[in-house]
Write a protein that binds this ligand. Structure first.
Ligand SMILES: [Zn+2]
Length: 312
């Protein structure tokens, strides 16, 4: 049996790994809790452990790993990972390569998920493709003319496009970027601001400092006016960003994934309604805007597909 190719999805909570069985398919998943508070070395050790179990102790012929944060896929250095303590300018590729004895490819987790949706999900077959993932933060990935587009390394950060100069900042400090306006974190923060300003809402019954976008989604599904308004605002911001992307890149498909899409029409109805505010009619008429198909599997499937693409 030849040495396996391994894909890894490193998240703030869990690490998941599996061996490729085909271009976008994988064998059994092994996992570990992410020792996120213990620093980069501990996390890399846990990743190496997970890989060793997935590969049955064989040295993999190649490993691809998705990491949540801005990074340089060329050098394998992670610039920052907001949900992992101490991850500033971490040479993740070289550290993991030294632990496993294998060549390693490192990409942003949203890039991996986008690659999966393009290879095997809702964007399959498109030459011009944009992926947006909206959950705690907002990330994305671009495929231009059939090739994943990284620019000098970090292209595809659709979450940090400008939306409203008066808007709240994201965690990276950009005032009024898409992530600061329409992410799950932004929706929860907007709910807290509205409650502090005295708005009536069933959200008042919940502990204010623990309020999440999921709570807002539940309240909206129960008809709460403030909650519906907050999703409408996030959906409109996303729709305007989608419109701008259509004007800029004229894709065939824009796939929208991430936890926020579980809100369904609470998000998608205002999103779809807002796209024509910005988009030119002709490229809009040629572009499909669809929910992601692979769900929470996209990160791992993308890492598998990237391992095969890079080392296969
Ligand atoms: Zn930002």
């Amino acid at each position: 049996m030849s040495a396996p190719l391994v894909g890894v999805d490193l998240g703030g909570t869990n690490i998941r790994a599996a061996c490729a069985t085909g271009p976008t398919t994988h064998g059994p998943i092994t996992w570990r809790s992410t020792p996120a508070a213990n620093g980069p070395e501990a996390v890399i050790d846990a990743v190496a452990d997970c890989i060793r179990e997935a590969s049955g102790g064989q040295t993999p012929a190649g490993v691809a790993i998705g990491i949540p944060g801005p990074l340089d896929p060329g050098t394998g250095v992670v610039h920052a990972a907001p949900h992992l303590a101490g991850w500033t300018e971490v040479p993740a590729r070289d550290l993991l390569s030294a632990r496993t004895g294998s060549p390693v490819a490192v990409r942003n987790d949203a890039s991996m998920a986008g690659f999966a949706e393009w290879k095997a999900g809702a964007g399959a077959g498109a030459r011009h493709f944009i992926f947006i993932t909206a959950s705690t933060g907002i990330g994305g990935a671009l495929v231009l003319d059939g090739i994943p587009h990284d620019g000098i390394g970090s292209a595809g950060e659709v979450g940090h496009m400008p939306i409203d100069p008066q808007g709240p900042p994201c965690l990276q400090g950009h005032p009024g970027c898409l992530e600061g306006t329409a992410s799950g974190t932004a929706i929860a923060a907007a709910a807290k601001r509205a409650l502090a300003a005295g708005r009536e809402s069933s959200l008042r019954d919940l502990p204010a400092d623990e309020l999440t976008a999921k709570d807002v989604e539940n309240a909206a599904n129960d008809g709460d006016a403030l909650a519906i308004e907050l999703f409408a605002g996030a959906g409109r911001a996303l729709g305007r960003a989608v419109g701008g992307l259509i004007n800029l890149l004229a894709p065939e498909v824009i796939v929208i994934g991430g936890g926020l899409i579980n809100a369904g029409d609470l998000l998608f109805a205002p999103l779809r309604a807002a796209v024509p505010e910005m988009a030119f009619a002709y490229p809009l008429s040629k572009c499909r805007i669809v929910p992601a198909a692979l769900g929470t599997d996209a990160g791992l499937v993308g890492a598998i597909a990237w391992a095969v693409h890079t080392f296969g």
